[in-house]
Design a protein around this ligand. Structure first.
Ligand SMILES: Cc1cc2nc3c(=O)[nH]c(=O)nc-3n(C[C@H](O)[C@H](O)[C@H](O)COP(=O)(O)OP(=O)(O)OC[C@H]3O[C@@H](n4cnc5c(N)ncnc54)[C@H](O)[C@@H]3O)c2cc1C
Ligand code: FES
Ligand code: FES
Length: 477
């Protein structure tokens, strides 16, 4: 069954806005698709018309504007933001929040704008943006308006955005040398996990160490992100001492209004707000607020040598699910034309229409990595990528990894180390690992674990897989 009726690939912002207005309630923007495709597969919300804005040039910039604010375009991905030197220096809580979203392949496609628009109170970036006192600019054919972040979300999965509006800019004042921020998240596991609770803190310190301003934002403890005003007011005028931190953390916990759900009880969430607030403030007190965020040049992104997503020019393209407009792309070095795949995911186009069964359907929800491929050189989950997104793109699957008769060093190393049992997960691991070695030829064990953190194996276990990647790295010059 087709997941949507028509998929537009817009090449200009004005076209996307015009289509949004024309189709109103029937249409939605698709960015990374990491929320939207899951929703559509699970029939949470049906949307007949999708408007892909990922190929429009100029929407993926992170820059400091003439107004002094840091501006992020709507196509800025989590991977881009986490690795941005500007954000690491002047918007640290946001870079940290982006770093803790999902897995590398998910961060490569998922955008901050998508995270904001989805409006789940458990999302990572929105807590950081609330602490940074951000603002959102919305645009439609009717004009544009800028909304303070605090007013943007009106409830669980509800925002002030009208159906014809699109987020076009996310902005906040850069943190000065006197301002320090940190973000922490507690999930049920370390990666690919939605927050049970998350906390973002920004404090301004005078030269003598006295707090002159504090902003504490709490996520997953109310229908929208909330601030902790009593805790903030308590800190002002005091130094960050063990006592003031403990008291502020307690007051933050009292501000939380959590509920019991499958991820945690209300009591547990209150306790964790206390713990995470304390850890953020202690990190700032110790000058260790980077926590474990890697430097941009050490960060595993799984882009290899690719620098950014390519854009398309020309007119807007339409692919109707029941139409015969072809998807033309280059797969494993060969130009292919596919008809009849306009309403499916790229995973099913590769398998059903092109007979490339290396990418596997595992969870088909972005959780297992069995469907990992490279889209325009960037590691991507094929199960969350609409097939028409591949039009005009280059795709590499595990079938395209070997160079003629010789296997890729990662494939050889998997054989040498017996890093395979049933083999179902193996293509996904191999694609992630091969991209890692293109990006960081001699990775540390920690970097290998990060690269493979979105790939799940149910039978081999991970020791042999990590060893195989180390073995392959040893072979590279
Ligand atoms: C396995 C898995 C793990 C995940 N882990 C995390 C996690 O750890 N933390 C977390 O916060 N989230 C997580 N997510 C959720 C998701 O990845 C993020 O919310 C992501 O940022 C969504 O961005 P996107 O570009 O993929 O949005 P899409 O899926 O493309 O769109 C999501 C929604 O936003 C709308 N939208 C997108 N861009 C715009 C725009 N510019 N203007 C207006 N509306 C827009 C779309 O119409 C749609 O309604 C996870 C998802 C999966 C599947
Ligand atoms: S992540 Fe795509 S099938 Fe599991
Ligand atoms: S080898 Fe069987 S799931 Fe990994």
């Amino acid at each position: 069954m087709a997941l949507w009726k028509v998929y537009y690939t817009a090449t200009h912002l004005e076209d996307a806005l015009r289509l949004l207005q024309e189709h109103a309630e029937e249409a939605r923007i698709v960015a990374g698709g990491t929320d939207l495709v899951v929703e559509m597969r699970n029939q949470v919300r049906k949307t007949p018309v999708l408007i892909d804005v990922t190929r429009i040039g100029g929407l993926d910039t992170i820059r400091q504007g003439d107004d002094g604010l840091i501006h992020l375009g709507p196509m800025v991905t989590h991977a881009q933001a986490a690795a941005s030197p500007l954000l690491q220096a002047h918007g640290l809580p946001l870079a940290q929040a982006c770093w803790w979203v999902g897995s590398p392949a998910l961060r490569n496609r998922g955008t901050i704008a998508g995270n904001i628009a989805t409006a789940s109170p458990a999302n990572d970036t929105i807590t950081a943006l609330r602490a940074l006192d951000a603002q959102i600019t919305l645009r439609s054919v009717r004009g544009s308006r800028t909304v303070p972040f605090a007013e943007f979300h009106t409830g669980v999965r509800r925002t002030v955005m009208a159906p014809d509006e699109m987020i076009v800019d996310i902005a906040f004042a850069p943190l000065s040398e006197h301002q320090h921020g940190a973000y922490l998240k507690l999930g049920l596991r370390r990666v690919v996990t939605i927050a049970v609770v998350n906390v973002a803190v920004v404090v301004e310190l005078a030269d003598d160490g006295t707090v002159t301003e504090a902003r504490i934002a709490l996520g997953s403890v109310a229908p929208t992100i909330i601030r902790a005003p009593e805790a903030e007011a308590f800190l002002v005028g005091k130094p960050l001492s063990d006592e003031s931190i403990a008291q502020a953390a307690q007051l933050a916990s009292e501000a939380a209004r959590p509920i019991d759900d499958v991820r945690g009880t209300a009591w547990f969430r209150n306790e964790e707000v206390d713990a995470l607030t304390r850890r953020c403030l202690e990190a700032i007190q110790a000058g260790q607020e980077r926590l474990d965020l890697p430097d941009p040049e050490q960060m595993v992104k799984l882009w290899g040598r690719t620098r950014r997503w390519p854009h398309l020019s020309g007119p807007t393209i339409a692919h109707h699910a029941d139409g015969d407009e072809p998807i033309q792309c280059v797969v494993n070095g060969k130009t292919v034309t596919v008809q009849g795949a306009n309403g499916k995911t790229l995973l099913h186009m590769l398998r059903d229409d092109l007979g490339l069964t290396g990418a596997k359907p595992g969870c088909e929800e972005g959780e297992c990595g069995a469907c990992t491929i490279w889209l325009d050189g960037i590691t991507t989950l094929a199960c969350l990528t609409p097939a028409p997104r591949a039009h005009g793109a280059r795709i590499t699957t595990v079938e395209g990894l070997a160079d003629g008769e010789s296997l890729h060093p990662v494939q050889e190393a998997f054989i040498e180390e017996d890093a395979v049992q049933c083999g179902y997960c193996t293509p996904g691991f191999v694609m992630s690992a091969a991209k890692l070695l293109e990006e960081i030829p001699h990775p540390s064990r920690e970097q290998i674990k990060t690269a493979l953190s979105g790939n799940i194996c149910r039978c081999t276990g991970y020791y042999k897989i990590v060893k195989a990647v180390e073995n392959a790295a040893g072979k590279s010059k």
